[in-house]
Design a binder for this molecule. Structure first.
Ligand code: ATP
Ligand code: MG
Ligand code: MG
Length: 350
């Protein structure tokens, strides 16, 4: 079996490792931490900084194909990696998706509708763009944000100073607040020959900026917007000559789908595919990056619900297991910090 190198050692790496093992591959992790959720399911773990080009290069030389489960890898280091081996999805996808401003500009150029946005590099910028975008709006750091971290909501223009302080002077974008009916994601996989398959789009509910549930089938409001959203997602994948799983988050609005953000990887809103689809996002990502034929993405039940276990939610594991219909996933994390994703539960409606 060949060796798959995965950059990042969290729960996405853990689930990719399981899929890799199922297909007879061995997964090696590269991450700055000493250990992590992926350590349990991977054959080897290399501890190293994301900026350490020498260590990354040596890691790349020892594997057959490289992928990442985390998009905040230094793109310069990834460039080095790509000189040592095959990086799928490519470095360009990572470079764009790790920076909200680059990402919004990239999709806007492809004709994708987003919230109104503007670059903010100073308090003066923020005050100036507020006169155009107005409030309510959201100031988001361009980089390193996830689960709603690095975001400040503005309700009035006089909150500019406090908002700018809260983001600690990091480069940001200001986004107009989108009035939406619901949120959904488009999850696709693209193979080395350019074949694209889409999973059914889940209805995603966020609580405090963190994904809480993904439910299928989504209601008619979302279903009516999936086709145009897929059309956009395919354009993005093709423009990047993408290989692997790609996820785009959308708002379903009265004026059609509005792009929120994308992730160049398997995604939390696709965890339901482990039991709820013929082939999971993890298996298809491994298949795609290894140049294998892609598996069927069809829904495998009448309905599916995935619920995240955040912080102390994970303490309910006994009650969850008491219901035989529940599929419990725990990520092996220690310390149920508030807001931390500890696991998830999937239920099928058969
Ligand atoms: P993720 O963990 O999904 O990467 P993130 O930190 O990148 O999260 P976003 O996806 O930008 O955060 O925002 C989190 C949630 O906040 C969105 O799913 C949505 O519910 C809400 N939100 C973000 N931007 C807007 C907006 N412009 N208008 C309305 N709601 C928004
Ligand atoms: Mg995000
Ligand atoms: Mg998001």
């Amino acid at each position: 079996g060949s060796i798959i190198g995965i950059i990042g050692g969290g729960q996405l790496g853990r689930m990719l490792g399981m899929a890799a093992a199922q297909l007879g591959y061995r997964a090696h992790i590269y991450a700055p931490e000493e250990s992590g959720p992926a350590a349990d399911t991977c054959a080897a773990w290399t501890q190293g900084a994301y900026e350490d080009a020498d260590r990354l290069g040596a890691f790349a030389d020892a594997v057959d194909v490289l992928t990442y489960e985390f998009e905040n890898v230094d793109s310069g280091a990834m460039e080095t990696l790509s000189q040592h081996g095959l990086v799928r999805p490519g470095v360009e996808a990572l470079r764009i998706a790790q920076d909200r401003l680059k990402e919004k500009r990239f999709v806007t150029d492809l004709g994708v509708t987003t919230a109104p946005f503007a670059a903010v590099d100073s308090l003066a910028d923020l005050e100036a763009v507020l006169t155009r975008i107005g409030t309510p709006s959201i100031l988001k750091t361009n980089r390193f944000g996830y689960d709603g971290k690095g975001q400040v909501r503005l309700h009035a223009a006089d909150e500019a100073v406090a908002a700018w302080e809260a983001v600690k002077g990091q480069p940001c974008i200001l986004e107009g607040f989108v009035t939406f009916d619901a949120e959904f994601s488009v999850i696709l996989v693209r193979g080395t020959e350019g074949e694209v398959r889409f999973w059914d789009s889940p209805h995603n509910v966020h609580v405090n900026g963190i994904l809480s549930t993904s439910t299928l089938p989504a209601g008619p409001l979302i279903r009516a917007q999936v086709e145009p959203a897929r059309h956009l997602a395919r354009k993005v994948a093709e423009a990047l000559d993408y290989v692997g799983v790609l996820t785009l988050e959308f708002f379903a609005t009265a004026h059609g789908p509005v792009f929120n953000e994308m992730a160049p990887r398997v995604h939390n809103s696709g965890h339901w595919t482990i039991e709820g689809a013929v082939t999971s996002q993890f298996e298809n990502h491994i298949r795609a990056i290894c140049g294998l034929p892609l598996g069927d993405t069809k829904l495998a039940a009448e309905g599916v619900n995935m619920r995240n276990l955040i912080g102390e939610d994970a303490h309910q594991w006994q009650e969850i297991l008491a219901d035989p219909a529940n599929h419990l996933h725990l990520y092996g994390k220690h310390g149920a910090r508030a807001g931390r994703k500890m696991g998830h539960v999937t239920r099928l409606e058969l």
